[in-house]
Structure formats: C-alpha cells, structure tokens
Design a protein around this ligand. Structure first.
Ligand code: GDP
Ligand code: MN
Length: 385
C-alpha cells in the first residue's frame, strides 16, 4: 500500500525526523489562509497529494511568495490533471494540496531504504546529488549511487550511518543530524514492514537536515501487524476493489471487457492469459477463494457486473475441494438474484462435473457452457463480439 506524502511525513515526524512546518492539507481554497498561517512565514510550498513521484517537474509542486500568489496557485492546482513521468501517460486528478512552510535548501540528498531480495535484507540507496534528476543520475552516473546492505536484526549501527554520511559528503556540523535521520529511517522501514521508504530530497539546511519529500510503500502481507496502517484508506483502490476487499474477495480491476470469476489465484492468472491468447482482454482478476458457495458467487458476480466495461463474463471453476454441482447451484442461485444483461460462459471441471453441468442446463438460464479452458476463452471472446 502506498501512502501519500503527508501521511508518510506524519510517520517520519512522529519518529523524530525533521520535516518542513506543516500547514495542513486542503481540498478547497477556503482553507488556504488558515493553512498558510499554521505553516508560518513566507514562502509557502503547495504540493499536490497524488501517488506518483515527479510532481515537481510536472507542475505539482509550487512555491508561493505572497498570499495572493498562493491563492492563484492553489486555485489552478486543485482539480488539475497531473501527468508525471511516473504515471505512464495516465492523468491523476489533484484533490488535495499539502501546504508547507518553505525551507532553505543548501543541497538535496537522495536517501531511501528498499528490500534487496538477493541479499534477503534491506538496503540503503543514497546519493549526494538527490532531487528531481535522480533517475537521470542513476542511468548516466551509476557510480554516484551508494548502496549499503543493512542487517535487519540490528538496524543501522552508528558506524555505518557515519560512513554513509561521509560518503555523501555531509558537512561535519550536520553529520550528527544526518546519522539520526538515517538510523531512524531504517528503524521505521523495519518496524512498519515497508517495501520502500524514500526521502527525496533530504535537504541540508544551514543548521540541519529536513525531509522535504517522503514516500512510504508498505507490504500488504504484513498489514495485519499494523492495524493503524490497515485502517488507512488505500488510495490506489477503485470503488470496486474496496467493495471486493470488504467481501473478502481478491479482485483487481483491469482494462479489458471480459469479466472473470475463478477459484484460485493461479487458475485466475491462467484464465486471464488464455483469454488474451484467444484474442480477448480480461476486465479483472478475481479469485473467489476455495470455499466458493452461493453467497460468495453472488457477491463476486455483483462486483464483476458493476464494472461498466464488462461485455461478457467467464466463470472458470475447478472442483477440487469444492464440488462442481455445488458451484453450479451457486451460480444458478446467484443468477436468480442478479439480472444478467451480458453473455455468461461457464466452464466447470473436476469433482461432480456431470451433475454440475446438468444443473446449469436444467436451470433454464441462458448461459454458454464450455468444456475446457480454451473452449471457454474462445466462447467468451466470441460473445463479446
Ligand atoms: P516530487 O517531484 O514528486 O518528488 O516532489 P518533491 O516533494 O520532491 O519536490 C520537488 C522539488 O521541489 C524538490 O526537489 C525541491 O527542489 C522543491 N521543493 C519541495 N519542497 C520545497 C520547499 O519547501 N522549499 C523549496 N525551496 N523547494 C522545495
Ligand atoms: Mn521527491
């Protein structure tokens, strides 16, 4: 799960990492004056709260020297479509702005902790020349990027943090402040089960260091250990994905038009591939889980059919633990409650498959039965046409 900059900074601040004076997050210009007052004296920085880096270059970060300028900027930024080099051509609507007090920047440093899978340990990635050109720097001058593996059992020891400070040419009078930030960042990464924790830029100010930007990505598989993080809204989830999560169904929305209901994540992936191979395009990944009963089938179908892009549905169930006749009864039961307006292809295989097919055939519901996955995928692609 990705956190927005202001959420990430709250976490860092609570642990003692210096951040700029926070004026708050505004959704309309009505709250701007109060936010600026909380942030302190001019200049102010207005920052679009979207889940993508590269905002600075795309016009999502603006410096205002006067209240009048701030108001004009906020007006223009709220509601704007932001396309950054990280959004893959998609536009992100700016719904919120973080209002901060400006910070005197002496130098911008790049500092992050990521999971190094090969080393099976966290790694610090850092560079003395941080800021908005970090991707270009990494590509053209890889030698300017410092990598350091961290022992997950101990965190970052003082000597290693100091070594990092020297490598980054942090001036002697600010080494102490930097060491504290680096150690705290690693501790936060470990405590929160992050997959990434990035500060870019961490700036040297005349008197210390300040995290001007922050990015936190947590590992969803560890969310059960962090009720406070789990309670935060998932900003990347669509309304359908949130509804699915509530129903305990794993669902990921995609761009295609064939809705998929499958039991088992691997089979769901295989179904999506087979649809693509047959010339179609899946509208979603959906795993109803092992115990697919009528209630779950109904919930899953409801979610799939709420997606306006869906022009056909493919149900692909393998009766291993569940029995096909039970699934068939579930589908029939669900379709008594749901009005189906698009073609439905059903492929059942496994235990009691004959009884299952018979239940579907006798139900009187207009659905297309398929014998194997390839047959099912082709029928679904055909149905869309
Ligand atoms: P990103 O482009 O999405 O990574 O957004 P950042 O928050 O990193 O901001 C981009 C750039 O804006 C930074 O590298 C800074 O140069 C500049 N910036 C951000 N906050 C401030 C600030 O408080 N004062 C000043 N002067 N510049 C800032
Ligand atoms: Mn940044």
């Amino acid at each position: 799960m990705k956190l927005l900059e202001h959420e990430a900074k709250e976490i860092l601040k609570a642990r003692g990492i210096p951040v700029p004076p926070n004026g708050g997050v505004i959704k309309t210009t009505a709250g701007l004056a109060a936010a600026m007052k909380r942030a302190g004296k001019a200049p102010w920085v207005l920052k679009a709260q979207v889940l993508a880096g590269g905002r600075g270059k795309a016009g999502g970060i603006k410096l205002a020297k006067t209240p009048k300028e701030a108001k004009a900027l906020a007006k223009a930024m709220l509601g704007m479509d932001l396309i950054t080099h990280q959004t893959h051509g998609h536009a992100l609507k700016v719904k919120e702005l973080l209002v901060e007090g400006g910070v005197k920047i002496e130098r911008e440093i790049y500092l992050s902790v990521v999971m190094d899978r090969r080393a099976a340990a966290p790694a610090i990635i850092a560079s003395a020349q941080g800021g908005m050109e970090i991707e270009t720097l990494a590509a053209e001058h890889p030698e300017a990027i410092i990598r350091m593996t961290v022992d997950p059992n101990t965190g970052l020891p003082d000597f290693q943090a100091r070594r990092l400070a020297f490598a980054l040419k942090v001036p002697a009078d600010r080494v102490g402040a930097f060491v504290k930030v680096a150690k705290t960042l690693v501790r936060a990464f470990l405590d929160l089960d992050c997959s990434m924790l990035e500060i870019n830029p961490l700036v040297l100010t005349p008197t210390g260091v300040v995290a001007l930007d922050a990015k936190v990505v947590t590992d969803d598989n560890a969310l059960f250990r962090h009720p406070d993080l789990a309670a935060k809204p998932d900003h990347e989830a669509t309304a359908l994905e949130t509804a699915a999560k509530k129903a305990d169904i794993s669902y990921v929305g995609l761009d295609g038009n064939i809705g998929c209901m499958v039991n088992g994540a691997g089979l769901a992936m295989g179904t999506m591939d087979t649809i693509a191979l047959a010339g179609g395009s899946p509208a979603n990944f959906l795993d109803v889980g092992g115990g697919a009963n009528e209630e779950r089938v109904t919930k899953a179908l409801n979610i799939i059919l709420k997606d306006k892009k869906v022009k056909a549905v493919l149900v692909n169930i393998f009766g291993g633990i569940v029995k096909c006749d039970m699934i068939a009864a579930g589908v029939v039961g669900a379709l008594k409650k749901i009005k189906l307006k698009v073609p439905l292809v059903v492929r059942l295989q496994g235990t009691n498959v004959e009884q299952g097919k018979e239940i579907l055939a006798k139900s009187g519901i207009a659905l297309i039965q398929a014998d194997d996955l390839w047959d099912a995928a082709r029928k679904a692609v055909e149905a869309v046409k």
